[in-house]
Ligand binder design. Sequence first.
Ligand SMILES: [Zn+2]
Length: 362
Amino acid sequence: MAWHLGKVAVEQNIMNPKASELLGQPTSALHSRDEASRMKLIDVHVHIVGNGTGGTGCWLRPSLIRWPLQAFMARHIGLPVSALKGDLDRLYVEKLLQAVRESSLDAVVILAQEQVYDTQGRLMKDRGTAYVPNSYVLKLVSQHPEFLAGVSIHPARVDALDELEFCLAGGAALMKCLPNCQNIDCRDRRFTRFWERMAEAGLPLLAHTGGEHTLEVVQPELADPRTLEWPLQCGVTVIAAHSGTKSGLFDPQYFHHFSEMTRKHPRLYGDISAFNVPIRGAVVPRCLEFPLIERMIHGSDYPVPVFGHWAWLQGFVDWKSFRQCEQIPSVLERDYQLKRAMGFPPETFSRITRLLRTPSAM
Ligand SMILES: [Zn+2]
């Protein structure tokens, strides 16, 4: 059934007034905002990045290995490489707001980035690639209606429950963590109260699954979506970021484990973030199959680059759609249009609206 929805969406090549205006083209394979006008379209996976200028509290650890990738990502979203060492925090938010406003999206969930802690809840100061405090994300959300708050808390922190209450009071919409990079073993029974409080508050968990090559990995085995069983059993709605897909050639592939888990856990979803890079997107045809399609949620993983070449080479999008998408200046809109062209139905982009915590649930 839902597969057909996808097929219909592909066949209805309706002009997107916003995007085609940008392209100056009268006919288009791009998808109209009107066809989903009654639904809010949200990108659940958008990173905030900063180096602390302006007193944001962010940091970005310089690394010889990651520098070329960070520079490439900066250029991809339209920032000069010099911004990485300059007024990055302000420039990054300006570019992001522009990308949202030039897109079909109503809002994006912006993500804080927790630091690395050991199993006893002690800060591991020398580990981790980036930090974005919850207070900064909550402040940005209060200033811009295009943003929703994705906070980030290590449950082993001695003040984890206090930080959770602070974030709930500040309007948190979801909690994001990267178990493999932040050293969070979600199966640890000491975290039970933390998961139960999230479930009570209706705060969903967006947890990284699958390989990771942009950030330092501390515990590779925690990329396995099966480590998310315990929060699910505690009643938390869980979104497996990247749906367990591999990112590098030699990463383990966890997609089939994620897919199997959705049959057992009605509260488990997967996001399709970073599917427009070479390897992750290979599972697109399986994501479009019923019943898995009903668990898929849109995310871009901005500022991760968006290239339609891979989808076109694998036959997921046709030449015309690929060429038109390549000309879209907003990286967020390009990612959205490529995924529509692949066959993801409007529901994939709006499903998150009923899963996010709303302030009334406080
Ligand atoms: Zn991400």
